[in-house]
Write a protein that binds this ligand. Structure first.
Ligand SMILES: *[C@@H]1O[C@H](CO)[C@@H](O)[C@H](O)[C@H]1NC(C)=O
Ligand SMILES: *[C@@H]1O[C@H](CO)[C@@H](O)[C@H](O)[C@H]1NC(C)=O
Ligand SMILES: *[C@@H]1O[C@H](CO)[C@@H](O)[C@H](O)[C@H]1NC(C)=O
Ligand SMILES: *[C@@H]1O[C@H](CO)[C@@H](O)[C@H](O)[C@H]1NC(C)=O
Ligand SMILES: *[C@@H]1O[C@H](CO)[C@@H](O)[C@H](O)[C@H]1NC(C)=O
Ligand SMILES: *[C@@H]1O[C@H](CO)[C@@H](O)[C@H](O)[C@H]1NC(C)=O
Ligand SMILES: *[C@@H]1O[C@H](CO)[C@@H](O)[C@H](O)[C@H]1NC(C)=O
Ligand SMILES: *[C@@H]1O[C@H](CO)[C@@H](O)[C@H](O)[C@H]1NC(C)=O
Length: 312
């Protein structure tokens, strides 16, 4: 059996340059994105769980813009759409002195996400809710829906219960899109068929968590690339870019899925409808590394200008 390895990704400064993303830990300067940031009652309202060490709202901002732009493009001027951040630390284990900081951070995220959804759904009972998550935030989003907790990386995350899809706030969730999650399992019905669906994440989820998560399969789409060291660490062609190119590859596919679900249109229900490329399609040139960029404890890669350290 393979020795457990701690993979820690700091997503800071290593973002595909094609998309304007508010990933740095400074206030987001994208005014059209900031204009969607609200806790007011809306027709459609997204909750965003950002990746480790990322600023708010992080890599999922452009997807939120696509989705809301589409959902508010109809003739009905009363239709509103926006997002709020799931407020949690998003600490990578790299950032802390102890190895359990990732688990503490994710547990805070799972609890905060459920509380924010509950508070919003109580206050805004007509709203249709959308859940988005990437990397640690993808793990958090899965925890929000299907319950979380257990061993992840080299620490043990506190348990949290699943949300019941039959009662509020679970019943308000019309769509969820999750990318590069840490704590996930192979061969699940909501996984997009682009390769990573055949591999476990850094650790697999428990049978109980998977069974509760599967209740959301009709509204959930989970993306995991082959070669992503976080969501498919035992797959071939491991490279950090495979953890970072989801938004170039799949934003259109995810937006189409979310919009169709949000509008109550099931035409996009079956599996992937867009590019089903594997790691071979990866556009390495778009990775823009930097000092303090992407760090994976355990080995060492050099990607662009970014150095990845990995240790066993
Ligand atoms: C979004 O709104 C919250 C308050 O609701 C605020 O704390 C945060 O700084 C805002 N900006 C971004 C980019 O998330
Ligand atoms: C929009 O909301 C206003 C106020 O509630 C209402 O009078 C109007 O009919 C609505 N318009 C549409 C197109 O639903
Ligand atoms: C955890 O993340 C928060 C910001 O989200 C940061 O303020 C804090 O310093 C981080 N903790 C450590 C130990 O890095
Ligand atoms: C992982 O956990 C084990 C058991 O608690 C500990 O002995 C080991 O040092 C940890 N490894 C790392 C890299 O923190
Ligand atoms: C995923 O993890 C489960 C639970 O440990 C294990 O039974 C299964 O064989 C693993 N699947 C793959 C593809 O690694
Ligand atoms: C909105 O999304 C639907 C479904 O993906 C698509 O058919 C339509 O062209 C989009 N409309 C706009 C204005 O983006
Ligand atoms: C559902 O999708 C079909 C085909 O894409 C489209 O013609 C129809 O207008 C959509 N319905 C709604 C309610 O969006
Ligand atoms: C979607 O899946 C259902 C059930 O598996 C099948 O009957 C239907 O034909 C599929 N629709 C499309 C558009 O692939």
């Amino acid at each position: 059996m393979k020795t457990p390895t701690i993979f820690t990704l700091s997503l800071l400064s290593l973002t595909p340059s094609i998309l304007a993303q508010c990933t740095d830990p400074v206030p987001c300067q994208d005014e059209s994105l900031n204009a969607l940031n609200t806790t007011a009652c809306q027709t459609y309202h997204a909750f965003i769980a950002r990746g480790s060490d990322s600023g708010y709202p992080g890599h999922l901002g452009p997807l939120a813009k696509l989705v809301c732009g589409n959902l508010t493009s109809s003739a009905d001027s009363n239709t509103t759409c926006g997002y709020e951040n799931i407020v949690y630390p998003a600490n990578s284990s790299w950032s802390g002195p102890t190895t359990d900081i990732w688990c503490k951070s994710a547990a805070i995220g799972a609890q905060a996400g459920q509380e924010q959804l509950r508070e919003y759904a109580d206050r805004c009972p007509d709203a249709k809710l959308i859940l988005l998550g990437f990397s640690q935030g993808g793990s958090v989003a899965l925890d929000v829906l299907g319950g979380g907790g257990g061993v992840v990386f080299n620490c043990t995350q506190e348990d949290n219960a699943a949300l019941d899809p039959e009662s509020s706030p679970g019943s308000h969730i019309v769509a969820a899109a999750i990318f590069g999650a840490v704590h996930r399992s192979a061969h699940q019905p909501y996984s997009v068929q682009n390769g990573g669906q055949n591999y476990n994440g850094s650790t697999p989820r428990s049978a109980a968590q998977l069974s509760d998560l599967a209740k959301y399969k009709d509204v959930l789409r989970e993306y995991c690339n082959v070669g992503d060291p976080i969501c498919a660490p035992s797959s071939p062609d491991q490279a950090p870019v495979n953890h970072l190119n989801y938004f170039e590859k799949y934003n259109d596919d995810a937006a189409e899925f979310i919009v169709a679900k949000a509008r109550g249109n099931d035409s996009a229900e079956n599996g992937t409808s867009g590019d089903s490329g594997d790691a071979g399609d990866v556009q390495q040139g778009s990775v823009d590394g930097g000092a303090g960029g992407l760090k994976v404890e355990g080995l060492a890669w050099v990607v662009g200008f970014g150095v990845i350290v990995l240790g066993l």
